[in-house]
Design a protein around this ligand. Structure first.
Ligand SMILES: *Cc1c(COP(=O)(O)O)cnc(C)c1O
Ligand SMILES: [Zn+2]
Length: 418
C-alpha cells in the first residue's frame, strides 16, 4: 500500500495517474523527469510521531508508508539504513561550529548511501515482474544495485566508466553482476546504458529517469530528523553529482513538513568538486547548466552532465540553500581530518560535503551557532588509491625495539605523538 497519488512532470507540470509504471513525461520526453506526489492528508492519519515511536523496524522500511512502492518482500533485502548519526565535537571545534553531526552512510550494506534507492529499485522491479535490473553509474549506484539484486535473486547489468575505483569494481564482480566497463567517461557509460536498457527491456535503475529512486534517497532525511528527535538542523550538507541525492534529501524534509511532524525545512548546502562543478558554475553565472569535464578524484560526483538538474536546483532554491565548490586537495585533507578526529573513513565524494562545509563556514555562509548535519555518503575502503594519496604510507621498521624507540622519539620531537 502506498499514499502516492499521482505523478507530476518537473518541466511542464502535467500530472498523470500513479500506476507505478511511467518513467518520464510523454510530452517533454527524456528530460521530463517526474515527481511522485502523495496524498498527505490520508498519510497523516497513519504516519505520526507516535507511529514511529512504536515501530521496531530499524531499517529504511520503517518509512515504507512514506514511500512510493508497496514493499512486497521488503524484509528480504540487505539491511539498509538506520546508519549512525554522530555528534562530532572535535571536528565541530576544528571547523568553528558549536553543533555538528555526521551521518555515516558508509555503514550501509554495500557501503554507500546508494543502498537506499537500490533497495527500493529491486522491490519495484520485482513487483513489476522484471528479472534483470540495469544502470550506469560512477560506481556506488552500481555496487549497491548489484548487491541488492544478488540478495533478491535478480540479475544485474552494470555500465561503469573505465575509471571506476577498484573497490567498487571488485564489489560488482563479487556480487555476480554482468559488468561492462565503458571505454569512456560517465557520460559515455550513461549513453550506452540508456540504449541497452531500451533494447533489452531491462528494469531502468538510472536514478534521474526513475522517480522511485529519489524516494529511496529521501529516507536519509526522514531518518536523521527522527534521530534528532524531529528537531531538524539549520543546515544539511550533501555532495552532488547527478543531483538525485540532494533532491531526495529535500523531498524527505518536505514530506515531514507536509505531515506536520517537523516545523521547518533545513537549508541545504550542495557541494561539488571544483574539477567538475556544473551546478556551482550555473548558480554563479545565472545561466543554464553547461557540460563540464569530469576532472576530479571524487569519482562519485564526477558528473559532467547532471541527469537530475531540475530537482537538484529546486532542492537548493526551495530550501533557501546554497552551492559551493571545493578543491580536490581540500577533499583529500578532509579525509584525513575526519578519520583522525572522529574515526570515520570516507571516500573522496563521501567527505566532499565536509570539505565544502569548511569553506562555507570560513566564508560566513554558515554561522557558528547554526546546527549542521553532514551526510558522509560513501566508505573510504572503496577507493584505496585515492585514500593512499590522502594518508601516505606507514613507517617501515626492523623488528627491533631500539629502532622503534628512536622512531617514536623523532615523531615526538616533531609533535606528532604524545
Ligand atoms: C552518488 C553519490 C553522491 C551524489 O549523488 P547524486 O545523486 O549523483 O548527486 C555523493 N557521494 C557518493 C559517495 C555517491 O555515491
Ligand atoms: Zn512534461
Amino acid at each position: 500500500m502506498t499514499y502516492a497519488s499521482h505523478y507530476e512532470c518537473t518541466l511542464c507540470g502535467r500530472t498523470f495517474p500513479f500506476d507505478g509504471v511511467m518513467t518520464t513525461c510523454p510530452s517533454c520526453g527524456e528530460t521530463g523527469i517526474l515527481d511522485i506526489v502523495y496524498d498527505y492528508e490520508a498519510m497523516k492519519k497513519t504516519v505520526t510521531k507516535a507511529s514511529f515511536r512504536e515501530n521496531h523496524d530499524f531499517s529504511i522500511w520503517r518509512y515504507l508508508p512514506v514511500l512510493s512502492i508497496a514493499g512486497t518482500r521488503h524484509e528480504e533485502t540487505l539491511h539498509t539504513g538506520w546508519t549512525p548519526l554522530y555528534e562530532t565535537k572535535r571536528l565541530a571545534e576544528a571547523l568553528g561550529l558549536k553543533r555538528l553531526f555526521v551521518k555515516d552512510e558508509g555503514l550501509n550494506p554495500t557501503a554507500s548511501l546508494k543502498d537506499r534507492p537500490s533497495a527500493v529499485a529491486v522491490l519495484d522491479a520485482i513487483a513489476r515482474g522484471y528479472d534483470t535490473v540495469a544502470c550506469s553509474s560512477t560506481g556506488n549506484a552500481a555496487s549497491s544495485l548489484a548487491g541488492q539484486a544478488a540478495r533478491m535473486g535478480l540479475h544485474a547489468v552494470i555500465f561503469v566508466p573505465k575509471r571506476a575505483p577498484v573497490g567498487k569494481l571488485n564489489q560488482l564482480l563479487a556480487y555476480g553482476a554482468t559488468v561492462i566497463a565503458v571505454d569512456g567517461d560517465y557520460k559515455a557509460a550513461f549513453a550506452l546504458s540508456k540504449r541497452a536498457i531500451a533494447h533489452y527491456g531491462w528494469y531502468d535503475r538510472n536514478a534521474a529517469i526513475n522517480p522511485h529512486l529519489v524516494e529511496g534517497k529521501k529516507t536519509v532525511s526522514l531518518e536523521l530528523a527522527e534521530q534528532l528527535g524531529w528537531d531538524v538542523p539549520d543546515w544539511v550538507v550533501v555532495s552532488v553529482g547527478d543531483g538525485c541525492t540532494v533532491a531526495g534529501v529535500y523531498k524527505g524534509f518536505y514530506d515531514l513538513f507536509r505531515l506536520g511532524i517537523t516545523p521547518s525545512i533545513p537549508r541545504i548546502l550542495g557541494v561539488q568538486s571544483s574539477g567538475c562543478a556544473p551546478f556551482v558554475t550555473a548558480s554563479e553565472s545565472g545561466y543554464p547548466l553547461v557540460e563540464c569535464e569530469e576532472n576530479t578524484i571524487a569519482d562519485s560526483i564526477a558528473v559532467g552532465i547532471p541527469r537530475n538538474p531540475v530537482k537538484a536546483q529546486r532542492a537548493i532554491a526551495q530550501s533557501n540553500g546554497a552551492w559551493i565548490a571545493v578543491s580536490d586537495e581540500a577533499i583529500l585533507a578532509m579525509m584525513k581530518t575526519l578519520g583522525s578526529a572522529e574515526g570515520i573513513f570516507g571516500e573522496p565524494a563521501g567527505v566532499a560535503g565536509l570539505a565544502g562545509l569548511k569553506v562555507a563556514v570560513a566564508a560566513k555562509m554558515i554561522q557558528p551557532h547554526e546546527r549542521v548535519v553532514v551526510l558522509m555518503t560513501g566508505n573510504g575502503l572503496k577507493d584505496p588509491a585515492n585514500a593512499g594519496k590522502a594518508v601516505g604510507s606507514p613507517a617501515l621498521l626492523k623488528p627491533d625495539l631500539q629502532e622503534l624507540i628512536d622512531y617514536m622519539k623523532r615523531k615526538h620531537d616533531k609533535g606528532c605523538v604524545r
